[in-house]
Design a protein around this ligand. Structure first.
Ligand code: URP
Ligand code: ZN
Length: 456
């Protein structure tokens, strides 16, 4: 395949040229490349378009078991939605039940993802400390899964305490792994949730009250302190508050290997949405919750100044019927929201078009940053000779109004309902094959399981 007249955007530069793809890889980049043995039908003219590396979403939860049933996208429907929005790689999670080994849970999860349309990998979650945990962690790393997710919240199910976090981080530091952490002080959140419910405040407006910004920033400070003590690389997921940003900024200034992610919903949606009726507020119940303008501004500043390294979606959609489970008790509302399909369009519209971030920063935040952090670079996150041919031919002028009626995510909810976005992939190339062309999806694709190297 030959892409002609491409305006190629990488995280470090923008160049004009042709891209020759052979098999899964980019073979050559140059001006006026010869057609060689290709047919004219193998040529795509990208004039007027932008060409980006395929999006990488490092934080998705397909078919996640929860008290409200499974999150509603599985690996097939979720990867379909990903492709439609320009995401060609995703990293999901292995979340065992307590009592189950990490390696067995990893094996089952790999099987579950077999039908995934895009390249994918996993972070593994130790949800307890047993005599075998350190060995199992080392086995997961040796198998190509060196990133681990620790939950400081959800103590009743998958959350761990600080002592276990320290043991896990020490094991990771010694074995070349890294920790990704959901930072919320779980015990305090549980106490607040129970107090609010006991006082009769049972609706969704109690959700943000039970998880105020300091419950995140205190946890961020704690996670950074343990990471520093154990010399463990740390990636903080879905950062939502100004206080957390301050801790992360200071850690980076100290030279600690601390990285952070932000989700589009925390950048774009306001906490006032929780004040609506149950039907209108419950879709926004996710953790951490939406925040005020002050926090959103701090997140945008952090994106602009490099305190945030990557964006992820925390894609965890549910149907309204699953949210209904918490109609009389906000603690039972299905916790999470979808987002994998529109991350790039939202960042392009409200970041690039509004002049908050450059095109290069956009590529860094949607693809390159995650590729570097999670051991996928330069295979992914880069348009260069030898890299995987995961490319977006992006129409900067396409317009769409986001709606659950038209999206590909498997849910009757879209938290961005009615928001108009600009920019969309006209063509998505994944692993050297056309995955999407002018809104039409190639259902025949199968993504590869990505095994990743240990941290250097
Ligand atoms: O509300 C959320 N974020 N649900 C998914 C699980 C998590 O915390 O990442
Ligand atoms: Zn989380």
């Amino acid at each position: 395949m030959l892409i002609r007249n491409a305006h190629i955007v990488n995280a470090f530069d923008e160049i004009q040229g042709d891209i020759l793809i052979r098999g899964r890889h980019i073979e050559k980049i140059g001006k006026n490349l010869p057609l060689g043995d290709l047919d004219v039908t193998d040529v795509i003219d990208a004039s007027g378009m932008l060409v980006f590396p395929g999006g990488i979403d490092p934080h998705v939860h397909m078919h996640l078991p929860t008290g409200a049933g499974f999150s509603s996208d599985d690996f097939v429907s979720g990867s379909r939605a990903a492709l439609m929005g320009g995401t060609t790689t995703m990293i999901d999670f292995v979340t065992p039940r307590r009592g189950m080994s990490l390696t067995e849970a990893l094996r089952l999860r790999i099987e579950e993802a077999a039908g995934c349309l895009i390249d994918h990998s996993f972070h593994v979650s130790p949800v307890e400390w047993t005599p075998d945990t350190a060995l199992q962690i080392r086995q997961c790393i040796a198998a190509g899964f060196p990133s681990f997710k620790l939950y400081m919240a959800y103590k009743d199910a998958i959350g761990i305490d600080d002592a276990v976090m320290e043991k896990v981080m020490q094991t990771l530091a010694d074995a070349g792994g890294m920790a990704t952490v959901h930072c919320e002080t779980g015990d305090e959140v549980d106490k607040l949730r129970n107090e609010l419910f006991a006082s009769g405040q049972s609706g969704p407006s109690s959700h943000p009250l039970s998880r105020p910004p300091h419950t995140e920033s205190d946890a961020v400070a704690k996670a950074i302190a343990i990471a520093e003590k154990t010399s463990c690389p740390l990636y903080i997921v879905h950062v939502s508050s100004a206080g957390s940003i301050e801790h992360i900024r200071k850690a980076k200034e100290k030279g600690l290997p601390v990285m952070a992610e932000v989700c589009p919903h925390h950048l774009l949606l306001d906490e006032s949405l929780y004040k609506a009726s149950f039907e209108d507020a419950a879709p926004f119940v996710m953790s951490p919750p939406l925040r005020s303008e002050t926090h959103r501004k701090a997140l945008w500043d952090a994106l602009q100044t490099g305190v945030i390294d990557a964006t992820g979606t925390d894609h965890c959609p549910f149907f309204m019927s699953q949210k209904e489970r918490g109609r009389d008790d906000f603690r039972n509302i299905a916790n999470g929201a979808g987002g994998i399909e529109h991350r790039l369009a939202l960042l392009y519209t409200f970041g690039v078009r509004e002049g908050k971030i450059s095109l290069k920063q956009f590529v860094d935040l949607c693809s390159t940053g995650a590729a570097k952090i999670f051991g996928l670079y330069p295979q992914k996150g880069l348009i260069a000779e030898g890299s995987d041919a995961d490319l977006l031919i992006w129409d900067p002028n396409a317009e769409e109004t986001i709606s659950a009626k038209t999206h590909y995510q498997n849910s009757d909810i879209n938290i961005y309902e009615g928001i108009k976005v600009y920019g969309k992939p006209e063509v998505v190339i994944a692993g050297g094959k056309i995955a999407v062309s002018r809104g039409k999806l190639n259902e025949g694709l199968r993504g590869e399981l990505l095994r990743r190297p240990v941290n250097q």
